[in-house]
Ligand binder design. Structure first.
Ligand code: ATP
Length: 230
């Protein structure tokens, strides 16, 4: 579904991503594990079109998307939840979530909202509240729910567990597993190897802009856990 070949990303003289090959199959959850500065966000941002690639190819469902702006990539079916808690603080929780679904018909939006409330029950309780008033964990969930609300075929999650209490990590993990059951592909980055290894099938260990180890999650578990402590 997603195919990345020989991807390079640089910021001036800093080489953030150096020659990465990576595939995400339909319905597959792929994990990119790495310490701070490994280049994980740069790779995700290159897929969604927020940074320019210096070299390489990104194809989605067989189509070269490297030249497309990020809103066009979203329309192709790529959902994106950035690192950190990026909500619209003065907008209500429900409007924040549905801002990811503006292209859908109202009935479809209502269906999406119900599905997301099933995954994250607090959304219903807090739907009218300004998102900026929520706890950090809840804001993170709102951002993830927004990325899911557009009905993506591929979901990009950049460090979804960052700074979250176990209770929220469990909810996000369950929602990602539910997405997989629905056939949605996920590419997620994490520094926290343990909970991430539980939900992904395939993992890549990234360091200094390169992939050092790849395999089924059970095969790379040791290397991923070692990376967590770097
Ligand atoms: P983190 O978890 O800290 O976000 P990461 O694995 O996502 O780490 P990136 O954010 O992709 O890593 O950073 C990779 C490298 O690129 C780092 O050396 C970082 O300092 C550098 N970098 C990232 N963004 C920029 C930018 N906008 N300008 C200059 N250098 C950058």
């Amino acid at each position: 579904m997603l195919s990345i070949r020989d991807l390079h990303v640089s910021y001036g003289g800093t080489r953030a991503v150096e020659g990465i090959d990576l595939d995400v199959g339909a319905g597959e959850t792929v994990l990119l594990i790495g310490a701070n500065g490994a280049g994980k966000s740069s790779l995700i941002n290159a897929v969604i079109g927020l940074v320019r690639t210096a070299r390489g190819r990104v194809t989605f469902e067989g189509r070269d998307i490297a030249g497309l702006p990020s809103d066009a990539r979203a329309r192709c079916g790529i959902g994106y939840s950035p690192e950190g808690r990026r909500v619209f603080p003065s907008m209500s929780v429900k409007d924040n979530v549905l801002s990811g679904a503006v292209r859908l018909a109202p009935r479809e939006q209502a269906r999406r909202w119900e599905g997301l409330v099933d995954s994250f029950p607090f959304l219903a309780e807090r739907q009218a509240q300004a998102a900026g008033e929520l706890s950090g964990g809840q804001q993170q969930l709102v951002a993830i729910a927004r990325a899911m609300s557009g009905g993506p075929k591929l979901l990009l999650l950049d460090e979804p567990f960052l700074g979250l209490a176990p209770v929220w990590i469990r909810q996000i993990s369950a929602a990602v597993q539910r997405m997989r059951d629905e056939g949605i592909a996920v590419l997620m980055t994490e520094q926290m190897a343990r909970p991430a290894l539980r939900i992904a099938q395939v993992g890549h260990v990234m360091r200094s802009g390169q992939i050092r180890r790849s395999g089924r999650t059970e095969e790379i578990r040791g290397a991923a856990l070692a990376e967590e402590y770097l």
